[in-house]
Design a protein around this ligand. Structure first.
Ligand code: F6P
Length: 319
């Protein structure tokens, strides 16, 4: 393998830049030319491709977002779009591709591999919803951003004796809400993976109030529904003054944490090693702190699940 490409796709995640840097520098270290494909699969189809040097990825390890830009492409979901992409890769003499992104991006990598173009997927999404890895690049940074917000909101919740509902991102996965809720001491955590009853939430609020606690934090993952609606219902059914905060896109930005930079560097470099060893159609990940790789099709056929032990613990600690 003499020439490889790298692209980022789907929702950007802090640490994607560190992963791009690792792919480029690991490749160059082994005498491979590395090409950056800009604007995800859209840029791939349009031939938005440039050779990257050691210096092209300087000064990015600490930056959020992605220097390669990102996009979500409907056209690339079609066989014609995928053929267009493969033609562009072949035109540039590129023999293998590293795709950094979430499950939509992995679907694209899977299609390219099925059509004869070797790809390796690197999990990069704040949602932590990719099967086959304990953590995705960007999750730890998003988690710490949410935790910072909870701590700040707690200050005002305490000062005003209020109940706050905080809505977090995560698409259909509850990991951001669950981990931030446990680490932030939330009274209740609502996630799509576990059914909830509003009566239980209200009973929990009343119990805490009767114990002398005058403020509460409730975390709602976006996959459960609207935090605003849940806040309204709490306000209507209790005597507690309730406010809602939807954290939104701040969860996707910011300088990556040390954990995300480490993960991105290790996974990006491992993806290059796999291509060098003639592997294709695989995803890299980390499980029990060991680097692993799995067949991308097998991984995509599985469902991500939360750590139920963490959920149980959060309930036990927020009595
Ligand atoms: O996958 C990352 C994510 O931020 C999800 O948490 C969220 O549901 C979605 O992307 C938002 O997507 P968009 O950038 O298209 O609004």
């Amino acid at each position: 393998m003499r020439k490889i490409g790298v692209l980022t796709s789907g929702g950007d995640a802090p640490g994607m830049n560190a992963a791009v840097r690792a792919v480029v520098r690991k490749g160059i270290h082994h005498g491979i030319e590395v090409y950056g494909i800009y604007h995800g699969y859209s840029g791939l189809m349009n031939g938005d491709i440039k050779k990257l040097e050691v210096g092209s990825v300087g000064d990015i390890v600490h930056r959020g977002g992605t220097m390669l830009y990102s996009a979500r492409s409907e056209e690339f979901k079609t066989p014609e779009g995928q053929q267009k992409g493969i033609e562009q890769l072949r035109k540039h003499g590129i023999e293998g591709l590293v795709v950094i992104g979430g499950d939509g991006s992995f679907q694209g990598a899977k299609k390219l591999t099925e059509q004869g173009f070797p790809c390796i997927g690197v999990p990069g999404t704040i949602d932590n919803d990719i099967p086959g890895t304990d953590f995705t690049i960007g999750f730890d940074t998003a988690l710490n951003t949410v935790l910072g917000a909870i701590d700040k909101i707690r200050d005002t919740a305490t000062s005003h004796d209020r109940t706050y509902v905080i809505e977090t991102m995560g698409r259909n996965a509850g990991d951001i809400a669950l981990w931030a809720g446990l680490a932030g001491g939330a009274e209740s955590i609502l996630i799509p993976e576990v059914e909830y009853k509003m009566n239980d939430i209200i009973e929990r609020l009343n119990r805490a109030y009767n114990r002398g606690k005058k403020h509460s934090i409730i975390i709602v993952a976006e996959g459960v529904g609207s935090g605003v609606e849940i806040g309204k219902e709490i306000q209507e059914r209790t005597s507690f003054e309730t406010r809602v905060s939807v954290l939104g896109y701040i969860q996707r930005g910011g300088s990556p944490t040390a954990a995300d930079r480490m993960l991105a560097s290790r996974l990006g470099a491992r993806a290059v090693e796999l291509l060098m060893n003639g592997k294709e159609g695989r995803m890299v990940g980390i499980q029990d702190n060991q680097l692993v790789d799995h067949d991308i099709i097998d991984a995509l056929s599985q469902k991500h699940s939360i750590d139920h032990g963490v959920y149980t613990l959060s309930n036990e600690l927020s009595i």
